[in-house]
Write a protein that binds this ligand. Sequence first.
Ligand code: BMA
Length: 397
Amino acid sequence: MRNCCLNPKMARKIFSLFLMLICFQIAKAQSSFVTEKNHKQTFPDLPCDKKATKETVTLYHNLKKLLNKGIMFGHQDDLAYGVGWKYVPGKSDVKEVTGDYPAVYGFELGRIELDHAVNIDSVPFDSMRNYIRTVYDPGGVITLSWHLNNPLTGKTAWDPAPGTVASVLPGGEKNELYKSWLDKVANFIVSLKGKNGEQIPVILRLFHELNGNWFWWGKDHCTPDEFKQLWHFTVSYLRDTKHIHQCLYAYNTDRFNSQEDYLLKYPGDEWVDVVGFDIYRRDGGEKGNAQFVKDMDHMLTMIEEIGAEKKKIPALTEFGYAQVPDSTWWTNVFYKALDHHKISYALAWRNAGFNKVGDAEFYVPYKGQISEKDFVKFSKEPNILFQKDVSKLPLYK
Ligand code: BMA
């Protein structure tokens, strides 16, 4: 009997131990709740637009997940025209050669600022809107570039008149004009709606190739601070003033030498979602190929590192080898530089076709082109994704 009964002193001790244990558990639960809560508040993985629509946030997360699966193949103006054709419903040089459409589609806004009905490359904006809806349906990704005119001189984007960037900033003589141009961009983006009335997410590729000297926002035509102000003003105007919440913002340079070089005018993590660069194969011969592989591989490594460090989506925002005059370029050169990298997509530039004097501009093969077979081989690589691959995922749900 004695053995099974506790004396009062013992009972008090056990009771206070029991109390201490309960208090400890409560404190532990509370502290982990606080940590988790704070963690969520401090590090939410959201695009730089914190009010981004559901589909945009979903796309942002899925693009990140997809980095482990493969690289989406993209093509500028793919459905609008190709070599030897224009505006044929359903036609695409990529589809004719490979049997599938690209996963990413680039479109160009140049001339929207002037209220023109067609863009800088003669694509009617109404048709562009339809192409965008058409490719969004099966889960394609849309990216928009904008070769906007020079607001100071009224000439083209390739007119690097001194002082242009300063003129569009708040207080500058062209700020009001620039805002009216952004209104037009905003109206177009708002008009992009899916079947259920939802806003179609787009990757907005602002002020591309900013470290080259050919555009008015280019390297020697503004200071890093001016460029950052231009970026901040533009994003903030679209996002906070116009309430556009369906954009992911891509910062993209041309070729670059180092991370410091790449980040010289980087607007800041809270202003960017995609980090990319453009690269063209320009020099001829075997030596040119080897150099291209080396350069592209190096830049892809750096962009992946920057992406990982900043938690941004790395991409090859534009690339090309004019007229692809090499029958094994896709597998022997391009894929060699690309295959071991984890980037979101690679967007080939446009198949503009032949001009009046018979010169051709194209970057992916058409039926009968010398690199056609090799492009098919490249397209079959398991980590190179086309439309059917992304439709299965899907990217917006
Ligand atoms: C350039 C060329 C031009 C085109 C411009 C805007 O790279 O392809 O022909 O007008 O882009 O898309």
